[in-house]
Design a protein. Structure first.
Length: 133
């Protein structure tokens, strides 16, 4: 799990970073999942629980959230495909050292795409709904 030859830095320990109040440059996937839950909750409320004038009023009040639903669905689809690719790479065993390096590079690129996808969603959410909502 841990490489004894690698020096552990403070920035590698989220808990210590939080205590010190340091900013994390990593993708804010926690915000993505919180926002996803908010959008899903509002979608369920609008489509499963309310009818008639209540539903119309609710959708109008929450139109910024409702506007984000198609992007959320697209983002989730992209993330599922990327994570499936990662799992498929993880299944490869007994490969040559050269192939192992290639696989590691492929996994790094896929993770970067996952990060960019989450960043893109969060940025759009901030623009449409607002950072604090």
């Amino acid at each position: 799990l841990m490489d004894p030859t690698k020096n552990l830095e403070v920035r590698d320990i989220p808990f210590v970073r939080r205590i010190r109040g340091e900013v994390d440059n990593r993708v804010d996937s926690e915000s993505f999942y919180e926002r996803r839950e908010t959008l899903q909750r509002k979608d369920r409320q609008a489509n499963d629980r309310l009818t008639g004038a209540e539903r119309v009023s609710y959708i109008k009040e929450n139109q910024d959230y409702i506007k984000m639903l198609p992007m959320l669905k697209g983002t989730e689809k992209t993330l599922r495909a990327l994570r499936k690719s990662l799992r498929n790479l993880d299944k490869l065993q007994n490969v040559s050292p050269q192939r192992a390096l290639e696989i590691a590079e492929q996994k790094r690129k896929i993770q970067e795409r996952i990060d960019r996808t989450i960043e893109r969603f969060n940025k759009r959410y901030d623009e449409v709904v607002g950072k604090t909502k």
